[in-house]
Design a binder for this molecule. Sequence first.
Ligand SMILES: Nc1ncnc2c1ncn2[C@@H]1O[C@H](COP(=O)(O)OP(=O)(O)OP(=O)(O)O)[C@@H](O)[C@H]1O
Length: 245
Amino acid sequence: MTTPRHPAMPIEVNGLSKQYGAVAAVRDVHFTAHPGRVTGFLGPNGAGKSTTLRMILGLVRPDSGSATVGGSPFRDLPTPTRIVGATLDLAAAHPAMTARTQLRIQSDLGGHPRDRIDDVLTITGLHRAADRRTRGFSTGMHRRLALATALLGDPAVLILDEPSAGLDPAGVAWLRQLVVDHAAAGGTVLISSHQLAELELSIDDLVVINDGQIVWSGSRPDFVDGHPDLETAFLTRTMTTEAAR
Ligand SMILES: Nc1ncnc2c1ncn2[C@@H]1O[C@H](COP(=O)(O)OP(=O)(O)OP(=O)(O)O)[C@@H](O)[C@H]1O
């Protein structure tokens, strides 16, 4: 067996909870995203996916519980952008700057080698648009730029919030391949979505959240077992908890 390119860095979530006023956005959430696997974090709108990802990344303070990446809380990682690449909302790209300039700034901020910029432009298929100002970029191109930024530090861990939104079918296929390749190189991928069909082929494990609570976690074959496809399994499992409330 070949040695994985990335070090093993699991994401471990232990009892995270977050309340916003009367809304219990996330309730006692536990799961692990394992190295070498793509974990789909699935749930309907408002289920608590983004809040959970933000707590893992130290952007939202949990009311209780904790999350670690490779055994450390995100804020304690010595070189965070070399360990974790994240895309949350579309990055606020400066419209008058080119993609390459934005990547150069982010690269310098993260202390990454500048020759990595061409690599990430190629990986994300943005090389031909690299010297265009981002004001003319489509949503899909902005998504690719956000991913390119996340990849600058060649991180072992990718945390991607709804990364397929705005991508065309070719873009979705490319994204699927990117996450599969990342996991095959030993990386950890945690990818949130409510677009099940788009990601189905790339997911190894699933964590399903509904109304702030984990309703299922485990391997994709176990999740689908007894259902015709992932989408039906998802609807059945999330509707069961809906009805139980
Ligand atoms: N900053 C905030 N202030 C108040 N309520 C919030 C805040 N952030 C999230 N919420 C609420 O917490 C709940 C979970 O939201 P969250 O964005 O985590 O869900 P999600 O699963 O990511 O949804 P979507 O798929 O629609 O992006 C929702 O009811 C949302 O309105």
